[in-house]
Design a protein around this ligand. Structure first.
Ligand code: ATP
Ligand code: MG
Length: 560
């Protein structure tokens, strides 16, 4: 199912639930959410969905949202990811109520585990992971009790303390909840709560060698922080019973939080899995997590996506209970709409071809006035230097024009944007017959783009004066994956990696672009939106083209 054609409904099922909780006074009208990333990679567009939802709910209901690091897997976690995630959340426009860490609760979680053991609700199992997994059974087959399931509370307590103290090797023992090996929900078949891992942890160092599992850490962390609505993605729906079981069997500091699931964000031509994105970084398929082709928050930022458009897109698609895939063109149309409003217009030539104006008065300099943003009167105008030697796009001249080609060709007159009418008369070619220079004449009466006799031209092209042109490296991007659903079915996502996802050209820019701020996005007239790199403003990234592909997709869908 594609949801792209459905309009955003003002109230979604999560807000409906919060409204009804507020009506019944369940949490005393309090709304507290959290965004709980694992610091094992940088955030991607899927996480942005969860951030906008969790922080957005807190904003809408005068509540608070914490940024909580779910740092229970020491071997894959890293301080750089923690720092980067905090930065990404802020860049997206949200300020966490608090930045907190599941590892801050390790002692409390441990004490709670002991309390389960005391009440016969948890036991130490000596079997290895493989055996435990085999005994779990399947959807149609019952599980099998562990031979260690009936250890006494005292014995379990001594063993669990021994696990913490380092008496056992990694993997030698685990702590399991004692629930029901025949439960219809597989997650409830005596899940593992603690495992032994001698790994250095970013925050707790070597203090702990036993680490809680996701299921033992998550709900309790919610409860400790007094979260009310714990929102996660659909794949956790089978964990909800366990989430509740853990909390129902503990003395909680506040009302019991409740888990609600929503559908993950999927986008065509896009991978939203940290693990797979990490593989692209590690095998050098991209330049890093912040490569502008990456669907990471830092990649999108370097690419020039405004945070406001990402938020507007998330708001538009809303939240759903059913998994679906949105077209990437829809996201791009949000980016384009925002950039159209805010970005300055500039001229740049990506594939330069020299134009010599043969009747230009020798040595004459001239300034043309150009509008900075037709969508914004306050943006004003600027002066663009004009001269007898210009750069135009190779595409804007054809020696042998195809039918309906209205741009420059021998004997044809066109308008130079904010400049004059020019007519092409002659070309200079190289030894292979390629055009290297076009000789034109200009009409001095057409300054500003109108002819006093009212004659019309069919095309307006952009240009840059050669004498004052600024050189720049410009990266043009295409889809990172050619497949619209990379990695679906049996295919490996990497098998549809687009070898032509980046093309780099040496462009000529009008001089105003020498002063651009790092990260600023401008429209290169007729070409698209381009972002100055956040570290080196002489390098540009094409953010998005001018054509609204999304509108075309809609039209095609309507026409069947
Ligand atoms: P990945 O598989 O990419 O590692 P994850 O779910 O394991 O994703 P976490 O760091 O655990 O990554 O995710 C933090 C939060 O972001 C979780 O609540 C998770 O449900 C949510 N999230 C992750 N991916 C998406 C997505 N595609 N759409 C919506 N929410 C997502
Ligand atoms: Mg995860």
């Amino acid at each position: 199912m594609s949801e792209d054609s459905t309009e955003h409904t003002p109230i979604d099922f999560i807000r409906e639930k919060i409204n009804s909780d507020n009506e019944s006074g369940k949490y005393g009208n309090r709304v507290q959410t959290r965004f709980p990333p694992e610091p094992n990679g940088y955030l991607h567009i899927g996480h942005a969905k969860s951030i906008c939802l969790n922080f957005g709910l807190a904003d809408d209901y005068d509540g608070v949202c914490n940024l909580r690091f779910d740092d229970t897997n020491p071997e894959t976690e890293d301080q750089d990811f923690v720092d980067g995630i905090i930065e990404d959340v802020r860049w997206l426009g949200y300020e966490p109520n608090e930045v907190v860490y599941a590892s801050d609760y390790f002692e409390q979680l441990y004490q709670w585990a002991e309390s389960l053991i005391e009440r016969g609700l948890a036991y130490v199992d000596d079997q290895d992971a493989e055996t435990i997994s085999e005994q779990r059974g399947g959807f149609t087959t019952p599980g099998q009790n562990s031979p260690f399931r009936d250890r006494t509370a005292d014995e379990n307590m001594a063993l669990f303390r021994g696990m913490r103290a380092g008496d056992f090797a990694d993997g030698e023992k685990v702590l399991r909840a004692k629930i029901d090996m025949n439960h219809e929900n597989m997650q409830m078949r005596d899940p593992v709560l603690y495992r032994i891992r001698r790994e250095h942890h970013v925050r707790t160092g070597t203090d702990w060698i036993i680490f809680p599992t996701y299921d033992w850490a998550h709900g309790q962390s919610d409860a400790i922080e007094k979260v009310t609505h714990s929102i996660c993605t659909l794949e956790f729906d089978t964990h909800r019973a366990l989430y509740d079981w853990c909390l129902e069997n503990l003395e909680l500091p506040a009302e019991k939080p409740e888990q609600t699931e929503f559908a993950r964000l999927n986008l065509t031509h896009t991978i939203t899995s940290k693990r797979k994105l990490k593989a692209l970084v590690e095998d050098g398929s991209v330049d890093g997590w912040d490569d502008p082709r990456m669907p990471t928050i830092r990649g999108m930022r370097r690419r020039g996506y405004p945070a406001a458009s990402i938020r507007a897109f998330m708001d538009h698609i809303g939240v759903s209970k059913a998994n679906s895939t949105h077209d990437i063109e829809l996201l791009e149309s949000f980016i384009r709409t925002e950039l159209n409003k805010i970005s300055l217009r500039r001229m740049a030539v990506l594939r330069p071809l020299k134009v010599v104006i043969t009747n230009w008065p020798e040595g004459q300099s001239d300034m043309r006035e150009a509008i900075n943003n037709p969508e914004d009167d306050t943006a004003g105008t600027r002066e663009v230097p004009f001269s007898g030697e210009l750069w135009i796009e190779q595409d804007d001249f054809a020696l042998d024009p195809p039918p309906k080609y209205y741009r420059l060709t021998i004997g044809r007159e066109v308008r130079l944007r904010a400049g004059y009418f020019i007519t092409a008369n002659d070309v200079v070619t190289d030894d292979d017959g390629n055009v290297v220079e076009v000789h034109c004449t200009y009409d001095p009466e057409t300054a500003g783009g109108q002819a006093p006799d009212g004659r019309k031209v069919k095309a307006t092209i952009h240009w840059v004066s050669a004498a004052t042109a600024v050189d720049a490296t410009v990266h043009l991007y295409d889809r990172l994956f050619t497949d619209s659903h990379p990695g679906s079915g049996d295919t490996e996502p990497l098998s549809s990696l687009n070898p032509d996802s980046r093309e780099t050209v040496q462009a000529k820019l009008e001089p105003a672009l020498a002063d651009i701020e790092p990260g600023q996005v401008v429209q290169f007239e007729r070409l698209g939106y381009f972002a100055a790199d956040i570290d080196d403003a002489s390098v540009f990234h094409r953010t998005v083209g001018l054509r609204d592909e999304w509108a075309n997709i809609q039209k095609r869908k309507q026409n069947g």
